[in-house]
Design a protein around this ligand. Sequence first.
Ligand code: ATP
Ligand code: MG
Length: 587
Amino acid sequence: MNSAAPAPVSNFLRTIIDNDLAQGRYAQKRWAGTPGPAAVQNTGSPDPARIRTRFPPEPNGYLHIGHAKSICLNFGLAQHYQGACHLRFDDTNPEKEDQEYVDAIIDMVKWLGYDWSFQNETNLYFASDYFQFFYDFAEALVLAGHAYVDEQSPDEMRATRGTLTEKGVNSPWRDRPANESLKLLREMRDGKHPDGSMALRAKIDMASPNINLRDPVLYRIRHAAHHRTGEAWCIYPMYAWAHPVEDALEGITHSICTLEFEDQRPFYDWILNRLADLGLLAHPLPHQYEFARLNMTYIVTSKRKLLQLVREGHVDGWDDPRMPTLVGLRRRGYTPASIRLFCERLGVSKADSRIDYAVLEQALRDDLDPCAPRSVAVLDPVKLVLTNFPEDHTELCHAPRNPHDPAAGQREFPLTRELWIEREDFMEEPPKKYFRLFPGNKVRLKYGFIIECTGCTKDEHGNVVEVQAQYLPDTKSGTPGADSIKVKGNITWVSARHAVPAEIRLYDRLFREAHPDAGDRNFLDAINPDSCQVIQGWLEPGTVATPGAHWQFERLGYFVADRELSTPAKPVLNRSVTLKDSWAQGK
Ligand code: ATP
Ligand code: MG
């Protein structure tokens, strides 16, 4: 809600980019306005974007908070340096990808506040649009002696790849003539061979200490329909081959990925240099940089595990407010600004760490505190009757809409003879230091009068069903008599006759333990059985629960009207976060 962007903090990537720009590394770079090989780019004008980054999701799942880190980083850098950030769907894996995920990803990157257009460029790309380029480049590599068709089975390839301590063994097909490989590659493309019967491999070095350079597979056969290209292809490029080519076709300057790809960088450079030497890719070539991925306590982010939570019904879908997906966080009440603030606070480093979930929660409080309207809710109601308050009288009380924002003005709500108060605000026999209602004690009804408790009524099981008190007429907040009596307790309330009924969902963390998937344990064993409590409460009159509206309910926390379920007539509210970190205090 808070639109002010956090002040950017420096990080190692900014230092690199500052240097690159100072040295004019991209000053000669040409860009034809559309992805393509050297023949296209060299006809272009100097690139108006000072840098190009990209966010390259595979459309095989919903984005989660870890992706947000990558989104904020890539789009944030482009914004900062007057560059462009492309949204590229890395859709080279036919089986698991789907248009549903494409749509959801576009939606959430926009929601986070980012835009992939730059001047008159759209910059929304699909790796599947490059299938023909991959193929043409593959033929060129074969003809130049940089790639060959290997007829070993996938198991044989694995077995001859060697280990960290043992060199690999050359394939018997490694030195076959280029035109034989070319003929087989064309047959692979034409669907003449079954899955797994052969593959195209780069010819690098089976003895390399870096296993990624031991003749990695470029193309495999997969007779599978693709969500965009249908049956047009039955060979699909491997990630390590496709990714550098995608970056180069799009004129990416800084290709930022997570640390586990560090060992892939030599291959990334190898392939780009071979293709540039063949005149297929334009200089300057993209460069890959790695940063530490976001790991957080109390959540899992593996797509497989998130899918399992949804499929097995541990949560109510991808957008369940307990999910670490962006759709889930949005439904929980997280704002785009709070997530950007969180990512900015994380910084960017090359050292792996685990971020406490509380850091994310604090970012939401910090974003909402200055702007969320205040209101009162009673979540565990018990009736309070002011026995000396006239039955038909309504006293109007006032409170700031937001104490940080006097310009927002005051809200007004009625005080009447019968009120709802929190059950925990009354005790018949209080312990020491309990300053709220008990017989004989005085407290202030917040923004209203001071009252003195006179007793309570109980049902046959001994449960308190009503509390009684008398009000002190000259003590209303904001009047001269307000300070005539000092009290230590101040309780929230709503007029029973005017209160708005609401369903309130008290969400808590989905996992009880900080490291639900540490080691080889089953993460499902760590599920918090009390992560959603649905209750009926009462809201201050005038609280209009338009879906997506946020409030701070005094004393209780930040809440949002559920995007899917809430209507002004029948409000359903989610607790986004409590006012303080209750987990830090051991709950
Ligand atoms: P997988 O590749 O296993 O399907 P993924 O989480 O890597 O899962 P992608 O769709 O490939 O999913 O991710 C898109 C981008 O988001 C990648 O550039 C990746 O590096 C980045 N990313 C994914 N998870 C994190 C994370 N936890 N922290 C930071 N960046 C992440
Ligand atoms: Mg990935």
